[in-house]
Every structure is written in C-alpha cells, then in structure tokens.
Ligand binder design. Sequence first.
Ligand SMILES: Nc1ncnc2c1ncn2[C@@H]1O[C@H](COP(=O)(O)OP(=O)(O)OP(=O)(O)O)[C@@H](O)[C@H]1O
Length: 864
Amino acid sequence: MDLLELNKFMVLLWKNFILKRRQFFTMVAEIILTLLFAGTLLLTRTFTVIRKNGPYNYSRQPVDELPAFLGRVPYPGLWELAFVPSKSVVVRTIIEAVKRDLHYNFKVQGFPSERDFEDYVKQGNNSQRVMVAFVFDHEFKNSYDPLPLQAKYYLRFRSVQRNKYIDFDRPRSWQTGDLFPTPPSVGPRNEQDADGGSPGYFSEGFLVMQHALDKAIMRYHDLTAAQALLGDVNVFVQRFPYPEYYHDYFFNFLGILIPLVILFIFSMNHFTLVQSLVWEKENRLKHIQFLSGVYILAYWLSALLWDFIIFSASCCLLLGVFKYCQLDLFLAEYHFLDTMLIFMLYGWAAIPLMYLLSFLFTRGTSAYIKLVLFNYLSGIFSLLIDSIFEFENSHSMPNATRNFMLHLLLVFPNYNLAKCITYYTTFHQMKKWCSLKQDVAFLPCDKENTTKSIYSLEEKMIGKYLVIMSITGFTCLFLAFFWESILWKLRTFFNRYAYFGIYKTFKKKDLSKELSGDSEDEDVENERKRILEQPQVSLSSAVLVKELTKIYFKCPVILAVRNISIAIQRGDCFGLLGFNGAGKTTTFQMLTGEETATSGEVFLDGFCITKDLWKVKSRIGYCPQTDALLEYMTGREIMTMYARLWGISESQIQLYVNSWLNLLQLEPHADKIIRTYSGGCKRRLSTAIALMGKPTVILLDEPSTGMDPVARRLLWAAVTRARESGKAIVITSHRTEECDAFCTRLAIMVKGKFMCLGSPQHLKNKFGNIYTLKIKVKIDTPEHKLEDLKFFITTTFPGSVLKQENQGNLNYYIPSKDNSWAKVFGILEEAKDQFSLEDYSISQITLEQVFLTFANPENREMNV
Ligand SMILES: Nc1ncnc2c1ncn2[C@@H]1O[C@H](COP(=O)(O)OP(=O)(O)OP(=O)(O)O)[C@@H](O)[C@H]1O
C-alpha cells in the first residue's frame, strides 16, 4: 500500500468514525440491547444463590432386598429370570437356587444362546417381564458339564429404567456418561439419595441379582463352606459420607448460558456492520467511493479495522459484566488474556464471514433480518446438535455421518466460540477442584490432565477451535476480496457469452432486426461508421462507445440499450435525451462499470472497461439519478472526504472544498447534516461531488431534477466551467431548453436506440422544417366563423396539422416548405379582419417539439 492508498484507508476509517458518532441513538440502542442480553447473565447471577450444603451421611442399603417395582406385575404373566445356555443343567440348577434365595415367584426360562434370548426379548413386550438374564460365558460341551471355579457371567437388564424414582424412559442406555459430567459437580451426585439415585444400579436390582447369583455359585461349589460363610451375614452398601461444601448455582447455567449470551451480544455487533455494508451498496455509495479512486483492498481493510474496533468495545463491555458476576474464571490472573484471545479470534472469523454473506444481499433491511436469523439459528442449532451428539444414544448414528456433521458445525464461528467457552470453563473448573481436593474420585486429576495446556489440539481442549477460527477469518477475507474483484468479470462472462449466446441461438436472424430497430438516422449511421472504420487513436475521444448493447435477461427479456455508438471529445457536453425507460440510466451504468454490457465496448481515455475496469472507474465523476450521499455527514465533511480520496493535497483541501461550496451556493448548508437537506440541496451536493476531483469524464444523470431556477443556473455554470476545463460531460435531462442552451451535441434515445444525433441547431434544422402557428380569435366570434378559419388554414397551407384547440386558441404545425415567413404573415394579415383574429404568431419549432415528435412517429414523418 503506497502513501496515497494509506491516506485513502485513513479517510475511510474517518468516514466510519463520523457515521458511527452521528448515529448516536442507534449506538445507544445497540449498547442498551447488548446490556439487555448481558442482563440475563446479571439476573441469573443475582437470583442464583451460593448455598452451603451438607454434610451428608448416608444410611445402609441391604443388598438382598428385592427392588420395589417387583410389586407391579408385568402384564401378562410373571416376572422372569432368564439364563443362557439352557442346555447346561448346572446353570439351570444355580438359577433355580437364585429364585429360591430371593423368595419370589419368578418364572425361570433358559435360552440356548444369547442370540436366542435377544430374539425373545425383541418379540412383543417380552423385554418388559424379564427381570434379568444371567449369561454364562463358558462353553458347556455336555448338559452335565460342571461350572469351572473361575466362571465369567454377564447380567443383562432392560435399558428402560423401572424403579419408582424415575418417571421417564431412558431411550436406549443407562447413560453412564452422566456419572461424570462436565464440568464436574462440586458436591456428591444425587446428594439426597442414600441408594445413589439415578441411573439406579441399586434401585434397579442390579446388586441384588449379582449378590444372589454369587451366593448360588458359592453354594454350588462348596455348600458347607458357603453356609458357614453366609449363614449369619447380611450384606449392605453404603455411600461415602460427604463433607460440607458451598454450591454456587450460577455455575449450573455456565455451560449453555454464557456461550448463548456471548453469541447474542456479538450478534448485535455483526448485524449493524452488515447492514451498513449492504446499505452502502444499495445506495450506490460503495460504487461512488470506488469511482473516486478507492480500491477494494483499502475499502475492505478499513471496514475490517473499524468493525474490529467496535467489536473490541463489545468485548470490553462483556468483560465488565463478567467482572460484576465474579466470573474470575475468565478474568483472574492471565485468564483475562486467554479470554481476550478467544474473543478476538472469534471476531476475526465472524466479521469476514459477515462480509462474505453481505454479497448475497442487495437490500440493507433484508440483510439485517436474514442475518439475524442466520446468526441466532446457527448459534442455537449448532449448540443443540452438538449436545445431542454428546449424548450417548446418538451413537446409533453412523460414525461417518456424525463426524461429517460435527466437522460441518466448525464452519460457524458461533459454534467454535461456544465450544471454546465451554471447554475453557470446564478445564479451569476441573483444575480448580483438583488443586483443592486431590482425592475426589470422579475427577480425572492425574498429572497428565492437570498439567495439560488449554491450547492443546486434543479433544475437549480449545486449540482446535482457535485454529479453525483463524483459518475461517483468512479464508472469508480472501473470498470477499476475490469475489469483489472477480464478480464483475463473472457477470461480464455470463452476460456476453452464456446468456447472450443462448439468446442469439434462439433469435437467429431476428436479433439484428431487434437491435437495429427501425431504419437508422443518417447522422447516427455516420457516427457508427466513423467509429468502426477509423482507428481508435485518431478518434482521440474521452469517451468512446462502440455498438453498446444491454439486454436484461429477465422474463420477459428487456432490450434496454440497443447498439449505440458515440465518440465524445474532451470539452464536449453531450446531452442524452429520452423518455422514461429509454435506456439513459442503463447507458450510464455501463459507462461507470456498475452494469456489464451484453455486447459492445466502452473506452474511457483509451482504456477499455472490460480490461481496465479500475483505471476506467478512477477517471469518472458520477452523479446518479438518486442521490448517493452519506446522510449522517455534513456537506463540508463529505466534500472533504471525496477531495481527499481524489488526492487533493491537505494544504489545499479547505480552499478547494470552499470553492465548490461557493460555486453551488451550498455554504449556508455546509455544516448541516445532509439528512436535513432539501431535495434540491442534495442534488446540488451530488453534482458538486461528481464535478470535483480529477475525473476526465463526468456523467450527470438528471442533475437538475428538483432544483429551483436559481440552482439550475448555478448547476449549468458549474457544468460549463468543468467543460471548459477540458472535461467531457455527458448529461441526461428532461429539460430540453437547458440542453439546447448548454450541450454541444445531443442524441435522442427511444427504446434503447439513438434516433438522432447532432448539435441542437442541427437537430432543429433537420427536424424543424415546420413552423408553429398560434392563432387567437376574438371571444364573440361565432362558431361557423371558427370553422371557416380552420378550413381556410387547411386549404391555404396544405399539410398543416391542428395540434391543439382551446377556447378560441388554435395551435398549428405548418410545413415550412413553400411557405416563407413573409408569405405566412401576409396571408394572415389579410385574413385578420375576415376571421376576427385577435392575435397570431409564427415561430420556429423548439428542441422540445423535436423531442416530442419522437413520441409520435406521425409528426416525425411529417417533418422529415
Ligand atoms: N435492473 C434492471 N432489471 C431489469 N430491467 C431493467 C433494469 N434496469 C432498467 N431496466 C429496464 O431497462 C429499460 C431502460 O431503463 P433505464 O432506467 O435505463 O431508463 P431511463 O432512460 O434512465 O429512464 P428514466 O428517464 O425514467 O430514468 C427500462 O425498460 C427498464 O425497465
């Protein structure tokens, strides 16, 4: 970036600063909304208490008592004890002994293999009534084979929990993952339940069945020894007592609340940045800035730096809230730096992603609404999907699908941020507990875990997510630059080769007729030939348009500009006249590179627009049809900004801006906010912006719309001054008298085509071979006399046309051929008394009347 580019970069930053400062109420609303979101954290902090819990002492639980739910009889029939393999007599005997020992009328049922047992429980509701299946992992060759001393067995229980404390069904598993939650709980799990509570190893009868089976196996091997050992013994289980501890319930919400609040707070920031980007695009402000010499890099980098500054302010606000909520976890010691790193990398990823998404929108409000939804939904749904995947039962999903979806979520910076916050919180919580209670069994407090770096790339650490956010930032920024620079070329390619190619194939011979339209005017044809036949250098024009065509491939197809060719020299003021929808604005848009041409070429100062777009752009001053003004700046500020972008030296700027303000008499309004300007003032300012700087070509699209006569005079004075300084001016206007007075050449455009071309006088001479005759008869003239007068005019001046008749006023077009002024005057002077004429006048046709003849082809035929 050279010094001039750096200067432009600083100007754009200054622009952003001014706009933000001026939109004070929007800024206050943003802060309030940010605080409202943060308020959920503050409220949760206020209403969640830090409670002293414990100490806990638990009572003994007898292991040989049957679970309570056995009181309910499964329909139909009895509770069942199943065993595998059924062919083993020993196993059957042992299970029968279990039944006797439990003093409960179980139906004992054997199955040849575990597979058979599974088939059985899958049928109907059979799984409901099987209390437990004892599966012996031993190969019995014969029915009477003994059980070896060392035997392995499994207990198989139904996955649906049955004890009375649970009122919902666990879908598939015993959720053993829940036993060691992240972050680990400070107190004991299910602190009120002496039997350990859910998932219910005790209350489901697991220990009872295991104990009964063990006793039966012992008795089978040595009855006497077993009797002696177990005779007077009762076995109990008892939970370890737990000391008094403090539970901060705020931490219960940490895992989900903090990521969500952060996400919502930062989303506010993204919405405003996207809205202002799309708004600049929608109102052509971005285009005008590019025309004033701003390059893509400076534009996007200045936006990035500014948005980062604003983002950092949101981060500081958030850290303030953390401090208030005593979330030392994020702030204590060097944790502050860790937290800032996470936030900054999030900003680095999320802001360029918003830039990239902004290309999808053309309207600021729709961008705002859709991105609000995208941000919130992507954040909430990615967290939701992730929590479902963390749940054990999601293992039923094929691994490849699961991994693919988890990798897909990494695209969203919101998801990465949430994961970082969750793991960061968990890691520091765990470290804290481990440093306090080395002996807590459920914490993985081994050295390997506690000395690990949080930035590690391993699972459940944040390294991976930080790396991904860094890559996302670079990628999105690169894609935004790339898209901005390639978009025009892509559109040109599609317009010229793809759509137009297909269109040509369909239209075949009709196409040239469609593009050339009616037979072409001689001057228009000569200009085309001159441009096509002469070498480009010898034309030495500031603007050279060669057979330019624009077709909008919509339904139906619109031929907006058809095959126009024109060469405009420096010092020329070329007027483009045409009715609404004639194609004037589209022509301007193609000249400025805002629209791509379907065919044909545009050269500015010898540079071809399709090859040197940016060189062409930096030579244009453009005043679009609708004002493209940064409405929260003052007139002086915006002019100073554009003067700086045009590279006017800093020492000259004040003088330079004042001279333009003076020229268009904008001084009284110079320090007012543009938003408060009248329509005419805005138009004057837009024109001044187009005229200032160092463009070679100035394009003014209906600049005098809404201006009063004084302002119009000022405008034309400024335009004439610019023209005399050697700039080429192209102007569209509906005011033909102005074009007549100020334009050196004119073209009248009808349905995308030039219908005539030449100096105003040439056009009047060519198309004005008629006079306008205005007659006023006396008020008391009888009706039949008026009719006689009409008959007299028609017969005396063959070919005359009555254009208007109103209360004794008659307007005629009469052919000038064979009718000299003297002749017409002579005839009317003689007829004055005969037809009671009060007054009459005869004049040459005006440019407006020439223009109007193109609205009505009949008149034109009469002229030509
Ligand atoms: N983006 C677009 N998509 C489709 N058609 C368009 C688009 N822009 C312009 N047109 C069509 O192209 C034709 C020329 O429009 P253009 O705006 O260039 O006319 P104009 O001469 O500037 O009219 P006005 O004097 O009202 O400004 C019109 O038929 C218009 O409907």
